[in-house]
Design a protein around this ligand. Structure first.
Ligand code: ADP
Ligand code: MG
Length: 353
């Protein structure tokens, strides 16, 4: 329990909606915790409150058991990396990494040794004499990590650190960050709007929506047991379908799925269906049996094919079919197909997410 945030609230305008509203969570020691949520959810504000770059209206922040709520940034023992590189352009890579150590007035020899160690850690030994302008985006971000880690922080705060990079570099750095974390073991808080990044990198996920915690837990739990309709729709590329309870089951258009036990006959439901939890099949040739829907669009993405299925109700469902399986299916746009839902998360009621 290395970072403990309790009932943190921050408003930017008096009487306005808080950017961060009564937020409490624990970020376990030596783990990567992600703060996951859509744009405007309050992730950056929360991180800035923990860093001491903003002051809360109420609530507290404890780092390693020390109440830091009113401590200045420099006294919190944190390293920060933002989306924009924020390196000093007129300083070399070495000078950038040394910066925090110099402001702490460490002996020259120790600073040089630490900079060498950091360059090695981020695999940029050869580039110490370059200026930020002579580096790629990915390399600059690695320098930013080296600079943040040089001061031996108790806590590393990362605000969408790979957000400005192209997708190939982003995925490379995602793996790099995991191995960096294995080597340093520094407690890390990572802000991201990318649910795949959150589920892949972290041991603990805090999902934020409108300045509040929607759910917190290990990634598997967030994915498999979303606590609210918001989490169910935000995590997992989910389709949302409307329907009602008939004979103890949830009927959503032409699909039928299990309903919660407390469901009453006729009650409105919303089913959240993941793209890989639906199986489609072609009806037997020449048969006129009832099908689930019509294939509106096919799109091939990497190892699988995305099928956009339109139900008679007008609602659409996205289905992902592994490529080999898709080739066997022989489905083309315009075909009418059967669809079977392997698993869906059903919430009672008719509400907006
Ligand atoms: P996220 O990082 O999740 O996209 P932010 O924390 O940046 O969200 O913003 C949350 C809310 O707070 C937004 O509505 C945003 O407009 C508002 N906000 C953030 N910073 C400021 C600020 N300095 N002044 C006024 N409003 C702000
Ligand atoms: Mg942000």
């Amino acid at each position: 329990m290395s970072v403990i945030v309790e009932q943190l609230t921050k408003r930017f305008t008096t009487g306005g909606t808080p950017a961060v509203s009564d937020v409490s969570f624990h970020a376990p020691s030596a783990a990567i915790t992600t703060l996951l949520g859509p744009s405007g959810a309050g992730k950056s504000t929360l991180l800035r409150l923990i860093a001491g770059l903003e002051l809360p209206d109420s609530g507290s922040v404890r780092i390693e058991g020390v109440d830091c709520t009113h401590l200045p940034v420099q006294k919190r023992g944190i390293g920060v990396v933002f989306q924009s590189y924020a390196l000093f352009k007129h300083m070399t890579v070495r000078q950038n990494i040394a910066f925090g150590l110099e402001t702490r007035k460490q002996p020259r020899g120790e600073i040089e040794a630490r900079v060498d160690e950091m360059l090695k850690l981020v695999q940029l030994e050869e580039l110490g004499k370059r200026y930020p302008g002579q580096l790629s985006g990915g390399q600059r971000q690695r320098v930013a990590f080296a600079r943040a880690l040089a001061i031996r922080p108790k806590l590393l705060l990362l605000d969408e650190p790979f957000g400005a990079l192209d997708s190939r570099v982003r995925i490379e750095l995602r793996e790099w960050l995991q191995s960096l974390h294995e080597q340093t073991g520094v407690t890390t808080l990572l802000v991201t709007h990318d649910q795949e990044e959150a589920l892949e990198i972290s041991q603990h996920v805090v999902v934020l929506s409108d300045g509040r915690v929607a759910q917190a837990g290990p990634p598997e739990e967030i994915y498999d047991r979303p606590a609210t309709p918001f989490v169910a729709s935000f995590v997992g590329g989910t389709s949302v379908l409307h329907g009602s309870v008939r004979s103890g089951r949830a009927e959503v258009g032409t699909l039928v799925v299990a309903a919660p036990q407390s469901a009453r006959e006729g009650e409105a439901v919303q089913a959240f269906v993941r793209p890989h939890d639906i199986k489609i099949a072609k009806p037997a040739h020449g048969s006129n049996e009832l099908t689930t829907g019509r294939v509106e669009r096919l799109k091939s993405v990497g190892g699988y094919v995305k099928v956009l299925l339109k139900l008679p109700s007008g609602e659409t469902v996205t289905v992902e079919v592994p490529r080999a399986e898709f080739d066997d299916l022989g489905v083309v746009e315009g075909d009418h197909v059967h669809a079977d839902v392997r698993m869906a998360k059903v919430f009672l009621g008719d509400f907006a997410i």
